[in-house]
Design a protein around this ligand. Structure first.
Ligand code: C2E
Ligand code: CA
Ligand code: CA
Ligand code: CA
Length: 381
């Protein structure tokens, strides 16, 4: 980011300085080329091997670490260097450049001002990630996302009192890709914002569709990612989706996690209040796996706590997990919140939770997440 941060005149002088130092380091017949705004390629012929390459690269970093003096200012430059060797790391200049660039990004990601060699393992991970990211970008346009719905039931009377919309990616070759394989990537790349917007719209369309068939549709819960929660567009997106399908806010619930609220608690509380004004309910998801303090919890305008399935799994056999579930139920009730246990897979778990006063359960014991059609049948169609 040399040029961007200093303006063009200083930037150009600095880049010329960098080029001069690089050229002074290499031998007659080697190549130094500037290939981008502040990207350089150095091609060294006839190296003795990996060690020789490492030595030169170290010297380049040392050379660039000495400050540059331009128009009376001392300027420091750091570089991230990716190294690849021919033959071995690639057969064509294009391939070598691609591999060097992958290694460079690795060096950059590791904090910069260092170098990284290309390795087959590094390549494989990065290329797989790039392929997945590329596919994910297209998935929205190609209509490859679908929502599945998992009912949750009241422990009082067994009625279906809510549905959770869970995103699935139907990839033509990879099949049904589970969210844990693509949500983190979507979150990192920012794709989660348009994808999340699609989820909100699709859930609302589905609700209207079910209603038009005369079904009584319980509130549908939507998972929000941290980035989506902080995007500033969320309120508008939800309001627009509700209006488009003629739904009232009470038809939706939003699930946020503790970590989503951590970055800026004041702002999170303000966002939650704004969302609540739409009439939606809020649930704190994966409760117990994050680090929210009880002081914050008291201030959150939420309606539900969802006990993470990590604590439910062994609730019948592990006293520690039982203690956490019981404490969560007591805590929630004393804050006048309802408690949902997720991941309930057996009658024994259900009975245990019922005895402890848990309000609602969700899990394979009652139903797996299913497609909209299958869910309509459960709703009595
Ligand atoms: P989550 O919100 O904690 O969702 C519950 C997960 O537990 C779901 O996994 C669900 O299929 C699974 N599950 C439900 N009952 C049982 C059970 O009895 N046993 C077991 N072993 N698992 C059960 P899924 O659908 O793979 O989703 C994983 C995570 O992906 C979700 O965790 C949620 O954090 C995220 N996710 C899913 N859909 C969306 C979405 O539309 N947007 C965002 N931002 N995240 C989503
Ligand atoms: Ca650059
Ligand atoms: Ca959830
Ligand atoms: Ca969970």
């Amino acid at each position: 980011g040399i040029v961007g941060s200093f303006g063009h005149a200083v930037g150009d002088d600095l880049l010329r300085g960098v080029a001069a130092r690089l050229t002074a380091l290499v031998r007659e017949g080697d190549t130094v080329a500037r290939v981008g705004m502040d990207d350089f390629v150095v091609v060294l012929g006839d190296l003795a091997g990996v060690d020789a390459a490492g030595l030169i690269v170290r010297r380049i970093l040392d050379e660039l670490a000495r400050p540059f003096v331009i128009e009376g200012h001392e300027l420091a430059v750091t570089a991230s260097i990716g190294v690849c060797l021919y033959p071995g790391d690639g057969n064509s200049p294009a391939e070598l450049l691609q591999h060097a660039n992958i290694a460079r990004l690795e060096a950059h990601g590791a904090g910069g001002n260092q170098y990284c060699f290309d390795t087959p393992a590094l390549n494989a991970t990065v290329l797989r990630r790039q392929a997945l990211e590329h596919a994910l970008r297209g998935a929205l346009e190609r209509g490859e996302f679908v929502l599945h719905y998992q009912p949750r039931v009241s422990l009082k009377d067994g009625a279906i009192v809510g549905l959770e919309a869970l995103l699935r990616w139907q990839h033509p070759e990879l099949g049904l890709v589970p969210p844990l394989q693509f949500i983190p990537l979507a979150e990192e790349t920012g794709l989660i914002v348009p994808v999340g917007e699609w989820v909100i719209g699709a859930a609302c369309r589905q609700i209207r569709c079910w209603r038009e068939r005369g079904l009584a549709v319980p509130p549908v819960a939507i998972n929000l990612s941290a980035r989506q929660f902080r995007s500033g567009e969320l309120h508008g997106t939800i309001a627009a989706a509700l209006a488009a399908e003629g739904l009232e806010g009470a038809q939706l619930e939003l699930e946020i996690t503790e970590s989503t609220t951590m970055a800026d608690v004041e702002e999170a509380v303000a966002t939650m209040r704004k969302l609540k004004a739409l009439g939606v309910s809020l649930a704190l998801d994966d409760f117990g796996t994050g680090y929210s303090s009880l002081a914050y919890l008291k201030r959150f305008p939420i309606d539900y706590l969802k006990i993470d399935r990590a604590f439910v799994r062994d609730v019948v056999t592990e006293p520690d997990d039982a203690a956490i579930c019981i404490a969560t139920i007591r805590l929630a009730h004393s804050l006048r919140l309802k408690v949902i246990a997720e991941g309930v897979e057996s009658e024994a778990q259900m009975e245990y939770l019922r005895r402890q006063g848990c309000d609602e359960i969700q899990g394979f014991y009652f139903s797996r997440p299913v497609e909209g059609e299958a869910l309509a049948v459960m709703l009595g169609d």
